[in-house]
Design a protein around this ligand. Structure first.
Ligand code: ZN
Ligand code: ZN
Length: 356
């Protein structure tokens, strides 16, 4: 296996290291390890990163061949915890070492504290860089989105009155695998009837009924990168309330998509959608934020949420996903995946939306 050890972008951080007063960063967050090294088993790897972007990938003997094949950084295979401690001590004696406070376990932090170095908690340093994708990263996300479009559309004929949500989720997943995805981006949400009032209703044993609107939130994983898309499909004739909710959410989704461009903040986009739903009396029912960045993680920066100051830049990949939810009745969400471009945006998710 192995997807090759490409370096996917500029990974120097001199100003960032300077700003938090560190000489090196101990990178343990899997997505960051993968981003910096290209190593495709990042849960079992750590990166010691220097400000000039050079560094070492530490992993164990199970990955000798794979790491050599994939890593763009020099590889150090450690044989035991004591060996790792020794290797780090030797390289870091007297230095200021940043650790990822959002990920490193307390136990791992205590062990590092035992070495002769100065520990410093840092947060979001690599994540910040990951927000703007390189062309090579965009291509992987585009490919994941394309696989998701094709898988969803090819499985759609199996979504019929009487189909269990679980069986439909499986049909979509099987189609994704057949088409060449490396896996699913997350456990698919298939929520029909009253279950569609749950924004994150995982597929259940419920059988889809006549008059249901079925929320399907899915995505593909391709060479470490994710896609994310939601569609809502009617089974037969919908009641008038559900139908008008769908039309309203679709209208607001398109409005928000049109507003995506460089310079706008995540907070401004969220507010635009919230106000538009508010004019239809639906502000209260919009129970989550408008969207999020997508990449090596399914949820990453920038945040498209109330008050978010994150400013969109060309190369960011974000979702737009307004939804409304009424417990006991049902709900609607529609989500597209977008690339922010110099002139605005381009939509990466293309599966057809139901017209009601
Ligand atoms: Zn989604
Ligand atoms: Zn999403």
């Amino acid at each position: 296996m192995g997807f090759g050890g490409y370096a996917l972008g500029v990974k120097e951080f001199p100003e960032q290291f300077e700003a938090v007063s560190i000489d090196a960063l101990w990178v343990s967050t899997p997505e960051n390890v993968r981003y910096l090294s290209g190593f495709s088993s990042p849960e079992d790897g750590r990166v010691l990163l220097w400000p000039d972007g050079s560094g070492l990938l530490f992993t164990d003997g199970r990955y000798t061949v794979q790491a050599a094949e994939e890593s763009s950084l020099e590889v150090v295979i450690f044989s035991s915890q004591a060996d790792l401690d020794q290797q780090l001590s030797r390289r870091l004696s007297g230095k200021r070492l940043g650790v990822e406070a959002d990920h490193l376990t307390l136990q791992a932090a205590r062990r590092l504290e035992g070495l002769s170095l100065q520990l410093k908690e840092v947060s979001g340093l690599i994540e910040e860089r990951r927000r703007v994708k390189t062309p090579a990263e965009v291509e992987r996300i585009r490919k994941a989105a394309e696989l998701a479009d094709r898988a969803l559309e090819s499985a759609l004929p199996t979504l019929q009155v009487g189909t269990r949500e679980l069986d439909f989720a499986f049909a979509v997943e099987a189609a994704l695998r057949r088409l060449g995805a490396n896996g699913v981006a997350f456990d698919f949400i298939v929520a029909s009837g009253p279950r569609s009032a749950m924004p994150h209703g995982r597929a259940s044993e419920r059988q889809v009924e006549e008059g249901d609107l079925v929320t399907v939130d899915m995505g593909a994983l391709y060479q470490g990168y994710h896609s994310d898309m939601t569609r809502a499909y009617p089974l037969g004739q919908l009641g008038s309330r559900l139908r008008s909710l769908y039309q309203e959410v679709l209208r607001v989704e398109q409005l928000a998509v049109e507003a995506v461009r460089p310079g706008v903040t995540g907070g401004e986009l969220d507010q635009l959608a919230r106000e538009a739903l508010g004019r239809a009396g639906l502000a209260e029912a919009f129970a989550h934020s408008l969207g999020h960045g997508v990449g090596l993680a399914i949820h990453e920066g920038p945040r498209l949420a109330k008050g978010s100051q994150d400013r969109l830049e060309p190369g960011m990949v974000v979702t737009i996903e307004p939804g409304v939810y009424f417990p006991g009745f049902g709900g609607v969400r529609i989500e597209d995946l977008l690339l922010v471009t110099e002139s605005g945006h381009s939509v990466l998710s293309h599966a057809a939306k139901a017209e009601l």
